[in-house]
Design a protein around this ligand. Sequence first.
Ligand code: ZN
Length: 299
Amino acid sequence: MTGVSISEVAPRDGLQSIGAFVPTETKIAMVRALHAAGLRRMEVGSFVSPKHVPQMADTAAVLAAAKTLPGLECCVLVPNRRGFDLALQHGAHRLGLFMSATEQHNLANLNMTREASFDALTAIIRDTPRDVAIRFNLSCVFHCPFEGVVPEAAIQPLVERIVAIDPRMEIALCDTTGNAAPDQVARVMRAAIVVGGPRFAYHGHDTYGMGVANVAAAYEAGVRVIDSAAGGLGGCPFAPGATGNVATEDVAWMFARMGVATGIDYPALLVAADYCAGVPGGTPGGRMRGVPAARRLAA
Ligand code: ZN
């Protein structure tokens, strides 16, 4: 496989930490613009408790609209059994499960130990129908807001256990705080692929300006599924200091420049990125929207 698949996360990771509720029509417009730009994988929402994350209360409506777009694989985050039932009921194509690589972040974010999370997710995976895909997201793989830089030796056993749950499952190693370094990303992803084969995805944030460099390192290590958010939207209420996801327009530009196929229509992506960056309350990031030569492509 020479190309790379970009999984767009602006409608979920990009919006979850925005203070004010983003109207459902705005979210659907984002999804449509991103699909028009050629993105064919998208994290469209999260079946979390609307009490805890009011931002995602309209996930069923956004998912329904996204499912009408041809060729789009729609992923929703599933934090627990209740979310699992809702995701299946509403026909999500892929379930996004998540837990943290570090104990302190797991306790802060999910209010349970990593062992408890692992057991609960394993049970959900066992009960998932064969025609529904799974993405297992492991957060804070490289750095934790509570524990600091994560020792690489601590990650490998965890990856081995996750790999063993299900041979078909995609696994994302996530730089939740954006504090990873490219050499660390390369080593950790390479070691994971040795154990679990070419089924790993990389999810990174751009907090320290290392977003694109880390994506390049993951690609060089053999990763072929990359998460990013148009307009560099994003953040995490449970990871203090985490700002936006690495911008889709920056990642797509890099891959185009490297001659790696993404299926993306770049001028259309800039239009979508402008729209995402303009969502009221968001904190947009990324470089390419501000580069005049790129702007001329979208004009
Ligand atoms: Zn994220």
